[in-house]
Each structure stands twice: as C-alpha cells, then as structure tokens.
Design a protein around this ligand. Structure first.
Ligand code: AMP
Length: 521
C-alpha cells in the first residue's frame, strides 16, 4: 500500500489514482444526490482551470471556499489543490463577524462561491456553477501540480482561539498524507467503507472522512445537520444510506444513547466501525452503544487541529464502569506524544503533565500570527541540540501503568481555587458516576469565584435532586473540589463543531452574578 504513495507530493494524486480505479463509484453524496469519482475529478479540474486563468497561474496562495456544506465543496477543495493553491473552508452558517475576521487574516486571492450566495466583488469571486460550463486544461493543471512539494500548505482551518479571535491552522500535504496512510493501515479502510459524515468541513474531524474516501475509493454521505436533533430519523438515515463507518464528536453519540433509540429499530447490522474524537466520551453512553452493537469496532481518537486531526488512539476492547475514564491510548505511528511535567521533564507514570506532540502531523503554525505560533509550536523541551518543533497542546494528561495516555482536561480547565489545584474534569467524572446523570459540565465562574456544575438527568429514571447529587459527589471528591452550585438543565448547549459549549456555560455561570447583583440593587 505504502509503496504506491511513498513519492507523493500532493493529495491530488489520491483523487487521480482513485478515479482511474473506480471512475463509476459514488464518492460524495448529500441530500441533493452524489458525485462519482470521475465527476468529482472532472469538476475539480474545471474549477482549477478557471482559477489558474484568473490568477495567471499563481501558486501557493490561499483560496476561500465560501459554500454551503455539500459534495460541491469537495470539488472546490480539489479544484484549489489542482490549481496549486490551498483552500480555506468558510461555512455559510458562520456568523458574518467571524467570516470578516477570517477574511482579514486570510486575504484570499479568490473566493469560490455559489451564485445564490455570492457576496464577494466580481474581481475576487469565482462562481461554482459557471466553472461547470468550461473545458478543463490538463496541461495547465499538471504544470501547477509539478510546482507543489509536500511541505506546501494544503488547507487553513480556523479554530476558535481562547481569546475569541479565530486562529488559522496551516496544514501541509505531507501531514495529511501521513495521517491518511496511518488511518488506512490502522482501520483497514477500503472502497467498501461508507462514511456517515457529521463534522462540518471547517472542523478538522472532516479530514478523516474526506481523505480516506479520496485515497481508498470509499463513499462519504453528508448527513443533514438537522438530523442530529432527531436521533430516530438519524438512525434511519444511516440504515437507508448503508453507512458502515462513523467518525463523530462524542456529543452526537451521547444524544443517541440518551434518547433510547439504540434499543428500538432500526437494526444497523452494517455498522462496522464507530470512531470518535473531539471531547471526552463518557463510558456510560459508550457502553450503551457497545452493548447494542456487539460486533462493532469502537475507538477513541484524540488530537487537536494543530497536529492534523488525530495523534493518539485507543481501541475499546472491554466494558468500562461509569466512573472509569476511557484512555486516549497510544501515539499513532510516526508520531510521538510527550507528557511534560512542571520541571520540563517527562512525567512519571500517573504524574500529570502537558501533552506535547512531535511528528509530520504537526501543523505549520497559525496563519499570519507569529506570536501565537511561537507560543504553541515550540522547541522540544527535552533538548536544544537541533530544531525539533513540538505542538504544545494545552491538554493535561498522565500515562497509566499500561502505558496508555489518560486525558484529564484542558489546562484552562485547571484552576487554582482557594490555593488548591483542581481539574474540572475530575469533578465531571465524579458527577458522571451518579446513576441518573447523563451529561455534565463543570465550569469556573471567574467573576463569582465559584465552581458551577451543570447536569442533565436521564428523564426515564426517577428524578434525583441537586442535594442527592451533591451527596454522591461528596463521597468521591475532596471538600475543596465540591461545586458551589449544581444546576440541572434539560440539555447542554453545543458549539458549532457539536461539542459542549463551555464558553457559553461559563457566561451562564457568571450571569448568575449579574442577576444576583441586579436583584440586590
Ligand atoms: P479541535 O482542535 O477542535 O479538534 O479540538 C482539540 C481538543 O479537543 C484537544 O486539544 C482536546 O482538548 C479535545 N479532544 C480531542 N479529542 C479528545 C478525546 N478523544 N478525548 C478528550 N478530549 C479530546
């Protein structure tokens, strides 16, 4: 397998080879129908030809793809690649203020748009449909591709920075090729996989679906985002579209497990692989999936956008108790994970430290943001002998006796409270072990100087009150870690990537202060 791709300079070769092998196989499918690999390849080349002519053959420049999530987006991404440039997905559902900030940083040379949503001046805009009317020029395209080397950028994904200003993570062809090869070797992806895609295209989890398909000739079905609020219909959709592989954020799996539909029809005998990444997967809901789909393969993948989606993984091979933490496992091949303690040394077994990652997957930094790049992409703290850049994740973890990494929480979720160092994740793990609790989020309301615990209860079980929950947690946590307040909610808000929205919950937790104050006035 690897022999084929060893010399690859760019990911366009995936699409070329797969088109030769499976021209008439459906590649990407959405509610509006599907593109065969031959169609995808042809449409991408048409777009590339328009870009090359419009930009006088410039290479290695950013191109924004400002389109609704669809199979057409993938044709646009690959069009950008064939033109010798790199793409940045801009979703139409993003708030316009965010899009503005991204555009100010990215300064794209052109923007690919759909006619009905055109927003850019004519000079910059390329209308997708208009590209479909032209002949493509293979000679022009090959000339551009020959200029690309594997360390050139492939895409820029903007992630929400903790300051609220999005940072553009620049990822190279080499990183994505390394990742895609690892995925195929590890999970045995081939032309028979049908991915049910959940991740928005501006979120790094989508890289797994897109490039596994382009490499192996698998099919990707873009699930309508609205369906994630209707678990029963969602499961029907998986069945109807023959989806056998999913790679979702845990929140999506949790809402299905909590809805009770796992024990109803439809059966999903074809569901072969359930992979997840992006936040902590509680064992309580994971076990519901595992008990329902006994022949299905489950794995916990971990990684930030800055290391090309995933850098460690853990295959779930046994049952887990509600209060056990699922490891994020061991580093992927060709990647190293270092757990660095406060003395800048490798942490001992069971000692907490920050996760640093080395490998080809490490991104090229943040777009036009030298300061933030320098503070996150740093020299390997273990030596100063030559340049050896690691990504400093801001995630706290430890290695257990079996050599598996256990994720404990974000550094920003580590607080100093009355002199004690507290991992909010530990409070969450204790709360999750209470029988009726199905979702939790602990936040530190910095204005009120209080730890607030948000909880969602299983409505099918007898309702427990805040006092009972507090009593159960008290038996598991030291006194200084106990939350000042427990707030029971019907559901927890999710952010644009589908993960629990901690920023919003922190605001809600602090708002209590504003309300308390205004009552006092
Ligand atoms: P993103 O860059 O949006 O993919 O977010 C990356 C962050 O999500 C990581 O730094 C972790 O804090 C968190 N994360 C990713 N995967 C996992 C996982 N399997 N378990 C716990 N947290 C995770």
């Amino acid at each position: 397998m690897l022999e084929d791709t060893k010399q690859m300079n760019n990911v366009a070769e995936y699409l070329c080879k797969t088109t030769e092998k499976f021209p008439n196989k459906v590649a990407f499918l959405d509610t509006g129908g599907g593109f065969l690999f031959s169609e995808l390849n042809e449409y991408a080349k048409r777009i590339a030809t328009v870009i090359i002519k419009k930009t006088d053959g410039i290479t290695n420049e950013p191109i924004a793809v400002r389109m609704k999530k669809s199979k057409e987006c993938i044709a646009a991404f690959m069009g950008v690649v064939y033109s010798g440039n790199y793409y940045c997905p801009i979703d139409l559902t993003m708030p316009s203020s965010r899009i503005e900030v991204i555009f100010e940083t990215l300064r794209p040379i052109v923007v690919i748009e759909q006619e009905e949503n055109q927003d850019q001046d004519k000079e910059k805009s390329i209308i997708y449909n208009e590209c479909m009317n032209i002949q493509y020029d293979d000679e022009l395209i090959n000339c551009q591709l020959n200029k690309i080397i594997s360390v050139d950028p492939l895409y820029v994904l903007f992630t929400s920075g903790s300051t609220g200003v999005p940072k553009g993570v620049v990822v190279s062809h080499a990183s994505v090729i390394d990742y895609t090869e690892w995925l195929s070797d590890t999970f045995g992806f081939n032309e028979n996989n049908v991915f049910g895609n959940q991740a928005p295209l501006y979120f790094d989890n989508s890289i797994l679906d897109i490039y596994s398909s382009l490499r192996n000739g698998s099919q990707v079905y873009f699930i309508d985002e609205k369906l994630f609020s209707f678990p029963k219909q969602l499961m029907m959709t998986l069945k109807e579209n023959g989806v056998n592989t999913i790679f979702w954020v845990p929140s999506a799996l949790i809402s299905i497990a909590d809805s009770g539909v796992l024990h109803e029809n439809p059966e999903l005998p074809q569901l072969e692989q359930v992979l997840f990444c992006g936040e902590v997967m509680p064992t309580k809901q994971l076990m519901k999936w595992r008990k329902r789909y006994t022949n299905t393969f489950f794995a916990n993948l971990y990684g930030p956008t800055e290391i090309t989606d995933v850098c460690s993984y853990y295959v779930v091979e046994r049952d887990y108790a509600d209060d056990e933490i699922l490891p994020i496992g061991k580093a992927c091949k060709n990647t190293e994970i270092l757990i660095i303690n406060e003395k800048n040394k490798i942490a001992n077994i069971d000692e907490l430290g920050e996760i640093f990652v080395r490998g080809i997957g490490v991104a090229k930094g943040y777009y036009r943001n030298k300061d933030r790049t320098q503070s996150a992409f740093v020299q390997n703290p273990l030596h100063d002998d030559y340049i050896d850049i690691c990504y400093k994740t801001g995630d706290i973890a430890k290695v257990n006796q079996e050599g598996n990494v256990i994720y404990v929480g974000r550094k920003d979720n580590q607080i100093k409270f009355q002199g004690h160092r507290i991992e909010l994740g530990e409070i969450e793990a204790a709360a999750m072990s209470v029988k009726n609790v199905i979702r939790v989020c602990a936040v530190y309301a910095d204005v009120r100087k209080k730890i607030i615990l948000f909880i969602v209860l299983n409505t099918e079980l007898e309702r427990v009150g805040e006092k009972e929950i507090y009593k159960s947690i008290k038996a598991k946590l030291p006194k200084y870690m106990l939350p000042s307040e427990i707030i029971i909610k019907d559901e927890l808000p999710l952010n644009v990537n589908g993960k629990i929205d901690r920023v919003k919950l922190r605001e809600v937790a602090n708002e209590g202060y504003i309300k308390e104050n205004s009552r006092g006035n």
